[in-house]
Design a protein around this ligand. Sequence first.
Ligand SMILES: Nc1ncnc2c1ncn2[C@@H]1O[C@H](COP(=O)(O)OP(=O)(O)O)[C@@H](O)[C@H]1O
Ligand SMILES: [Mg+2]
Length: 579
Amino acid sequence: MLWKLLVEYLRPQRRLLLAVVVFQLAASIASLYLPTLNADIIDQGVARGDTDYIMRTGGVMLMITLLQIACTIAAVYFGAKAAMALGRDVRGAIFTRVAEFSEQEVTRFGAPSLITRSTNDVQQVQQLVLMSATLMVTAPMLSIGGVIMAVRQDVQLSWLIAVSVPVLLIAVGLIVTRMVPLFRLMQTRIDTVNRVLREQLTGIRVVRAFVREDIETARFGRANEDVTDTALRAGRLMALAFPTVMLVLNVSSVAVIWFGAFRIEDGSMQVGTMIAFLSYLMQILMSVMMATFMAIMIPRAAVSADRIGAVLGTESSVRPPDHPVSLSGRAARGELEMRDVGFAYPGAEAPVLSDVDFTARAGQTTAIIGSTGSGKTTLVNLMPRLFDATSGSVRIDGVDVRELHPDLLWGHIGLVPQKPYLFSGTVRSNLLYGKPDATEDELWRALSIAQAEDFVREMEGGLDAPISQGGTNVSGGQRQRIAIARALVKRPELYIFDDSFSSLDTATDARLRQALRQHTAGATLVIIAQRVSSIVDADQILVLDDGRIVAHGTHEELLETSPTYNEIVNSQLAAEEAV
Ligand SMILES: Nc1ncnc2c1ncn2[C@@H]1O[C@H](COP(=O)(O)OP(=O)(O)O)[C@@H](O)[C@H]1O
Ligand SMILES: [Mg+2]
């Protein structure tokens, strides 16, 4: 998966990567050349007292060093560009994919995980690319080139390379293999900390109200402790790594000097050659070490790539049709039909809806009443395809919703969900969601119908009063009324209000419905309600019980025919009398 992801998303960055390779190549060649020049200075310059030669060669060394620095900087610069571009593109791809997801897929991954995947996991892959951009060519070049150059300097001492490189590999390898599982453990433990913290933030009032603070604090403490523990263990290994590497490096240099000294003594080797050999050995060992450390990142990035791939590879279960039917040419009326609709939540055994069959006509109000859990919200969610019906069909103006283009479908529907969501911005920006070019007048009219005019006028800034993410800075009832206004501004053919009036007092509810009727003349209204008083004047009332329509008709008809309806009416009357 990691490989696939890299190939796919680095392809557009080919040029940058080519630049990285070229500059790294140049930088490595420069690094490899420097110790040889240094040897020349010692053997030909210092040994013979040739100051002129020292100055000249020293100047060349300086130039090459500058060149090497420039090339390294350029390689890292282009590498960083490529890595960031990859991050940007992968995040973009995840966003596009997630935007298509239906409720079902979001539930499967979980919102926090989707966020982690598009941030942290992308970052892991990005970091690997960045690291490779600095080491990909340099490490093999320096180790292989280093061996060649070292052997050219002195064949007799080469056995030192053959010993020290494997020793270093084994030492670093042992440490690294122990670190990888710790890093993995760390990812999952960080996830746990995030989850506990998130849960606590979302439920902070509940936590306070139930005096669970101590318990929650302890829970967080444990998760936090776990992360610290793992990080410490990884840190201890890290701390062990550097002295180990230094030990191997220093012992190797001592060995080079020790054995070199014998050869210098018997005249078969010059001091400069030995110094050069030493430098090459250090270069080789350093690149081997870097390469090994880079190896830590690969499994980490691979885990992340898998998590990203899982998102990118998931098709939304609510798929847009291949050949969408267009409604153009016919006037959309917004007539909604459900034909023998059945629905079961994925993984659930019992269906939540069965044999739901009705028509909500244009220009009429269709009300749905039923106890909590009878499936009203589920029924409503089938209309804009938040879920697809498991059996039967949902049609708008005679066309199955699955055959319509989603944009077109949503364009016809104004849905006010049971728990409406406001976007961060202002009252105005929220109202403009459905109709970006709505005039000031239209906005106020919608607010006035939704019985939201008064409180919006009182808010500081009026239409431009700030709304925080999710609409948490206004009350639940106010949020609901702004959401109603938002649907009204849009002026769709089909309005759906899921329990939108239950938070209003009876008088406001009545005013709202009366204003609504005038504003929406000709449109199809589907109103879900708990209160009988909200729906007495509906053209048709459907009584939903345990996912089935057990009765339908007008208020008067139902009073005569439906025992379930009478039960609801009586229980509400009893409640009102009790007040
Ligand atoms: N996302 C979901 N996954 C599984 N079951 C669900 C989900 N949402 C609702 N349900 C179940 O479907 C039934 C109907 O719920 P819902 O449509 O919200 O009822 P209502 O809006 O009438 O109160 C309930 O029994 C509920 O437990
Ligand atoms: Mg509901």
